[in-house]
Ligand binder design. Structure first.
Ligand code: BGC
Length: 408
């Protein structure tokens, strides 16, 4: 069956720092300037001012949901001091969605934190949970009518970034190689990326994040009617011959402890792009290939079906929203082909009983890919000088899928 269930959400996702521009109080703003090899976010896509145009593009194409994030560093630029203007701004974004019949899916923290939070020890500080919960409590003032709320985005990738940054600070390896970007696939880079994946496979980090998430969930449940969850980066990892035991070990720290953290949530966000093998030594560096994406990952649209099946198994059936799936490519027909195959795999998993409530593509816009501008994930191109939006054929294609509520 190609049809999807009634009320299935069809949308696209973004994140504040990647699109808004001028996010001067965040840890990433500072980091971009101090890290060799990173490009600057600067004005990004200027979506802080152009959000209404972005939501209109999405809605007119036929999509009915929009995932975006609140920027903690704008809402709480100084510890304990909350900006009414920033809160009002994000309420206007919510209202712009509702006015167009678009379901907002709000992420309260997408990779960035206030710089003051980072300087005070970030997530590993003993006060991290209280600080985050204080911020989350404040956001509940603007969440009326928002049905889907994620406390944080990809805590497992945030753990990886923490590790990568520690490495950069220790100057052990020199330049920034983002865990989200396996670019410049020299053998040495790939080995380093693979080692890095192991470095953050510490289940204690996962449990720490889960504790903070649960504390935030409690406040959201007390004060709002939202369905609460978080989103997890799904690796769709597989075992190479002889790698079965190592796969279980690596996947537990890197992923499963986070899926476990979502038990008891109202939903969980699955974010899948590619797949990787694990052998007896750990994640196997992925070789260069003509079909590789602009971030160096393998072309693996089947990763989405694999990811939702695995998430359903480990969470014990928590309802799933696909909150990210997409491909970094300059070739829009390849994006359409990838997405069609990914959706076919998703549909097959649903036929087998996996409870999926929506699909939100990454990303609505060509945006700032965490230190890089080159990888383009967008359904809409953005001129970096004029900020003019230029929808790609993939936007109309996905809008048609949404209108039909199924693949042709
Ligand atoms: C993140 C996004 C990122 C995307 C593509 C996810 O890890 O949530 O912020 O742009 O993957 O790399």
């Amino acid at each position: 069956m190609n049809a999807f269930p009634d009320k299935f959400l069809w949308g696209a996702s973004t994140a504040g720092h990647q699109i808004e521009g001028g996010n001067v109080n965040s840890d990433w703003w500072a980091r971009e300037q101090s890290t060799p090899g990173m490009e600057l976010s600067l004005d990004a896509c200027d979506s802080y001012h152009r959000f209404d145009e972005d939501i209109a593009l999405l809605a007119e194409a036929g999509l009915d949901s929009y995932r975006f994030s609140f920027e903690w560093s704008r809402i709480e630029p100084i510890p304990g001091h909350f900006s009414r203007a920033a809160l009002d701004h994000y309420r206007r974004v919510v209202d712009a969605c509702l006015a167009r019949g678009v379901t907002p899916v709000v992420t309260l923290q997408h990779f960035t934190t206030p710089q003051w939070f980072a300087e005070a020890g970030g997530w590993t500080s003993p006060d991290a949970s209280d600080r985050f919960v204080r911020y989350v409590a404040e956001t509940t003032r603007i969440l009326e009518g928002v049905e889907w709320v994620a406390t944080m985005n990809e805590p497992n990738m945030q753990a990886a970034i923490m590790t990568a940054m520690q490495r950069v600070s220790a100057a052990a390896d020199g330049e920034w190689t983002s865990p989200t970007v396996e670019r410049e696939q020299s053998g040495e880079d790939r080995q380093r990326a693979a080692r890095n994946m192991l470095a953050y496979a510490d289940p204690e980090i996962g449990r720490m994040f889960a504790g903070i998430h649960h504390a935030a969930r409690e406040v959201l449940r007390e004060r709002t009617d939202a369905k609460v969850g978080w989103t997890v980066a799904a690796g769709a990892l597989t075992a190479a011959p002889g790698g079965e035991e190592k796969l279980r070990e690596v996947r537990y720290g890197k992923e499963d402890v986070f899926w476990e953290g979502s038990r008891g949530d109202d939903w969980v966000g699955v974010q899948a792009y590619s797949s990787q093998e694990v052998d007896e030594h750990g994640p196997v560096p992925h070789p260069p290939h003509p079909e590789n994406t602009l971030v160096g990952t393998a072309y693996r649209p089947d990763s989405l079906g694999m990811a939702v099946r695995h998430a359903a198994e480990v969470t014990g059936g928590v309802p799933i929203l696909v909150t990210e799936n997409g491909i970094a490519t300059g070739d829009d027909p390849q994006r359409i082909r990838y997405t069609r195959e990914a959706l076919a795999g998703l549909r097959a998993a649903m036929d087998d009983g996996v409870d999926v409530r929506g699909y939100l593509h990454w990303s609505l816009l060509d945006n700032f890919e965490w230190g890089h501008w080159e990888p383009t994930f967008g359904l809409v191109a953005v001129d970096r000088e004029t900020f003019a939006r230029d929808p790609k054929p993939s936007l109309a294609w996905l809008g048609d899928v949404a209108r039909r509520n199924g693949l042709a």
